[in-house]
Design a protein around this ligand. Structure first.
Ligand SMILES: C[S@@+](CC[C@H](N)C(=O)[O-])C[C@H]1O[C@@H](n2cnc3c(N)ncnc32)[C@H](O)[C@@H]1O
Length: 224
């Protein structure tokens, strides 16, 4: 059997696999922190791009896996030429969360493409935008397909009305954003930004004139 090509020496990989899930996550975070610390040094872009744990580099490289196995359709068959640029948007100002979460990017891309290939009619909407990482992915496909994208968020983080029961003692999260910053990052073309607390923030014209069809999770809703 051909030896499994790995970015890690096998002993190191085995030690990693022997850790508990909590320890594995801590180890991944330490590696990512090191990676992005390197990336912040002047002239270190090339080092960052080659690092096996750097998400955009992993997408462009021929490594067999990053943290989860990459779909054959990408690694072997190169079916998503747009994925490199989308992965850069995916981690923009959000490396700590999204560089560890390529499966979610793949899931989003595969689902959007499936909806478009099946010619499911309607515009796109995302409930919960934060810094616009998944919104930038949605916007790419909406523009390419001549559709619109509606982005719903307070753009000020979680509303205190939602911090109840087990969450009652928590402070609102995702407050380190602004509508202006997300608008600039995602871009205006084919995109409508709707600031407020949803579902109350859904404008009456959208709510009444269209049937919202929640076909799947993670942000994409088709409006027929
Ligand atoms: C996990 S973040 C979204 C991440 C984003 N989809 C991505 O993948 O890049 C959750 C967002 O939902 C927003 N949010 C949560 N509940 C909301 C509500 N009821 N109304 C408006 N915004 C809400 C928060 O402000 C926060 O920006």
């Amino acid at each position: 059997m051909a030896a499994l090509r790995s970015p890690l020496p096998s002993g190191k990989l085995l030690r990693f696999l022997a850790k508990s899930p909590r320890e594995q996550i801590a180890a991944i975070r330490i590696n990512l922190n090191r990676t992005f610390k390197v990336g912040r040094q002047p002239g270190a872009d090339a080092v960052l791009a080659r690092h096996p744990w750097a998400a955009p580099a992993a997408v462009h490289s021929d490594l067999p896996f990053y943290i989860a196995l990459r779909p054959d359709s990408d690694r072997n068959h190169k079916r998503y030429p747009e994925l490199g640029a989308l992965s850069t948007a995916w981690v923009h100002r959000n490396e700590a969360s999204n560089a560890t979460d390529l499966p979610r990017l793949y899931s989003l891309v595969l689902n959007i493409r499936q909806a478009l290939e099946q010619e499911i009619a309607g515009d796109f909407a995302e409930l919960g935008v934060y810094r616009g990482n998944s919104a930038a992915v949605l916007a790419h496909y909406a523009r390419a397909a001549g559709r619109h994208l509606y982005l719903f968020d307070t753009f000020e983080g979680f509303d205190r009305r939602d911090l109840v029961a087990a969450d009652g003692c928590r402070q609102p999260e995702f407050t380190d954003i602004s509508l202006a910053a997300v608008r600039e990052f995602v871009g205006e073309q084919n995109v409508r930004f709707i600031q407020g607390y949803f579902p109350a923030s859904i404008p009456a014209d959208l709510d009444q004139a269209h049937v919202w069809t929640a076909r799947w999770v993670q942000g994409l809703i088709c409006r027929n």
